[in-house]
Design a protein. Sequence first.
Length: 439
Amino acid sequence: MTEISEIWSKAKKQLSDEISAVSYETWIKPISVLSADDKKITMEVPSPTVRSMLLTRYNSIITDCIENVTSRKYALEVLVANKNRRDYRPVAANTLPENLLNPKYTFETFVVGKNNELAQSAALAAAEQANVYNPLYIYGGSGLGKTHLLQAVGNYYVENYPEKKIIYTTTEKFTYDFVAAIQQKKTFEFKQKYRTADLLLIDDIQFLSDKTQTYEEFFHTFNALYEAGKQMVITSDRLPSDIPHIPERLRTRFQMGLLVDVQPPEFETRMAILKDKIAAENISVDDEVLEYVAHGIRSNVRDLEGAVKRMMAYGAISRTNKISMELAEKALKDIFSLMPKKKLTISSVIDETEKYFNLPSGTLRSKQRTARVTLPRHIAMYISQSMLGASQAKIGREFGGRDHSTVISATKKIESLLSEENPEVKRAITDISENLSRD
């Protein structure tokens, strides 16, 4: 066996552990390694589809595995098997855009809970049937799985529609590309790149705020894709109505499709996430330890993943794959001490009330006056005054700029319902107050 064949054999072994068996058989197994020099490894694949997949989806993971084996970074050069290659120009992987899809972000690896089930269902529907929701706008806080869902749509397209042109980018990258195109007088190429996509996935759209030329260009890109019937999925940390300094015509386009939010995971979902992460590793963790972690970390999925990695690191140092409660407490002591203590604010009361009543984020601050919204809003106003001691004027401002008289009327209404022993209202106030009081 030649040196390069031995390197590739070891790299393939690592790849088989990193990706699914189906993906390995479909995309990695057909690769033949032809040659290598000090800077690149030349490979051959049976079709343009496989080449495209390697260069757009598996480039990073292949080069990482090769680097793990050789302790050197190689570029990849991929050729399509063809007896007559005189007119063929190979495409070097490192000349492709860096905004690649993460193959681990799929619908199968996304843990579904009450906090994200609507967003997951909408994303899957958008992947399976273009234009059912267009655009699909997913919003929520950092680390809650928005990017995972966004890329899951892209990976679904890769698996099922390999002929489609997919663009995954961040707003920051879109802005950088646009500025570079202007400087290099390549705006036509920029427009061709983005406006000919079959699927546009764009992360963190809130960063369009204040970028006048960029949001003007994105507006026209949006229109071109929408009119061509191409699917768009957008993520943000807030509703379109809460993004400052963007024109109303762009804001209304974000609201044309479906808006879905992702909330922080509840206890059951946090447990499921932890069990899912543990199952992927060769370690043993009792439910008691997982409950300790799930109770201690409530913020987002990213922090839960960090906790698992830290416990694994401490287990490796202690030369054990059994994570005991003692080891977990030691591993997570610093993390738990740095976790922000819950500071009660009117905003946190609003968030907790919306979560309790399964209302989209921002509903209680909106102008909606339906019965489904009015009672939760009154309850939140009552808790803000009784639990926080906030003034009526301040509460009114926090609830979408309402007058203090509205707050007075709301609190009197809830006091009346409590005096009548209304069980629904009493239970809601008790549960929301307890949720707010937990450390």
